[in-house]
Ligand binder design. Structure first.
Ligand SMILES: [Zn+2]
Length: 339
């Protein structure tokens, strides 16, 4: 089978790889219907994280082709959505809704998911079957649920978004944009998107943003204060992971408000006294996408939400390297790879 290997920063190749098989009796093997490139894949691509011949990809939807002897809830032929961490979904941490911190947590697709087939550990806990075989036009949205939608949704929940609230969103990548969609679905009254790119602003508005702030850093914070009677947002989504973005999120939030941070943190250092003074709640980390999958699949299946429009470039798996370039150069928000 074919699959993506990142040999070194900037060096992505599609190669012949061994066909994955069931290793543990709790595994499933799936045939990918589609896969995609994540903003977090750009960290190693840009040399900001070490990488050496790494199989890539952790977002996946597809059809079960093989199951281990202990898999009880899935059958060959089921169409499934999973997430970037495998979880048993039965331990105390999972039952509390924090499956990304499962005591038996493993990588969701240890051999990579930018490939034709993938092995998924802890299949019963990790994978959620759709009600039937999806119409082809639903596949991008189901794929979005496997990471970016689930992560944006968690950010909104962690930021305590709800009716009557004003929400600020730092980051106009796929997660930030789908955080806007989540905020709207969760009843936010006003959603302020921070973006300076016309195409991303248009998507932000489509997903429910009511205001756009182009300024960054403390200027951006000042604009949000202006828009909120000097108080700041009730709820802020941080979907970047840099120092500037994190401080922007904390400072844009009113005292007593909540920051949901889901950008993978890179060299962020929070000054204790500034945090003390801010009076805001911080909650975030790797999103427990599995918690939200049943609801997200239903919303997509019933065509109530259309997160798949976040994919603005579709390429065959063989052209994955061009997909990485397009995302690195910000020519694409998010790239879907057809398998
Ligand atoms: Zn668990």
């Amino acid at each position: 089978m074919r699959g993506v290997i990142m040999h070194a920063p900037g060096d992505v190749r599609v190669e012949d790889r061994d066909h994955p098989t069931v290793v543990e009796p709790t595994d499933a093997v799936i045939k990918l219907a589609a896969t995609c490139i994540c903003g977090s894949d750009l960290w190693p691509y840009r040399g900001a994280e070490p990488v050496d011949h790494q199989p890539m990809g952790h977002e996946y939807v597809g059809t079960v082709t093989e199951i281990g002897a202990d898999v009880r809830t899935l059958a060959v032929g089921d169409f499934v959505v999973g997430s970037f961490f495998a979880s048993d979904n039965t331990c105390e941490i999972c039952r509390a809704g924090y499956q990304t911190h499962c005591v038996h947590r493993q990588q969701g697709a240890p051999g990579g998911a930018q490939s034709e087939y993938a092995r998924i550990p802890l299949a019963d806990g990790t994978l959620v079957a759709t009600p039937g075989q999806p119409d082809p036009d639903l596949i991008p949205s189901l794929l979005a649920a496997s990471d970016v939608l689930g992560t944006g949704w968690f950010a909104a929940v962690a930021a305590e978004v709800g009716p009557g609230k004003t929400v600020a969103v730092v980051g106009d990548g796929a997660v930030g944009l789908l955080g806007i969609l989540a905020a709207k679905e969760l009843g936010a009254e006003r959603i302020i998107a921070m973006s300076r790119h016309a195409d991303r602003q248009a998507l932000a508005r489509r997903f429910g943003a009511t205001d756009i702030v182009e300024e960054r850093g403390e200027e951006g914070v000042a604009r949000i204060k202006e828009l909120t009677g000097g108080l700041g947002a009730h709820s802020t989504i941080e979907a970047v992971g840099t120092q500037e973005a994190m401080m922007q999120a904390i400072h844009a939030t009113r005292a007593g408000g909540h920051v949901g941070f889901v950008g993978v943190s890179h060299d962020v250092a929070i000054d204790g006294f500034q945090l003390f003074r801010s009076g805001v709640h911080l909650h975030g980390g790797p999103a427990p996408v599995r918690r939200f999958l049943p609801d997200l699949i239903r919303l997509i299946w019933d065509r109530e939400i259309d997160p798949g429009v976040v994919f603005d470039l579709v390429l065959p798996l063989e052209e994955a390297a061009e997909g990485y370039r397009a995302m690195d150069e910000r020519r694409a928000v998010k790239v879907l790879l057809t398998v």
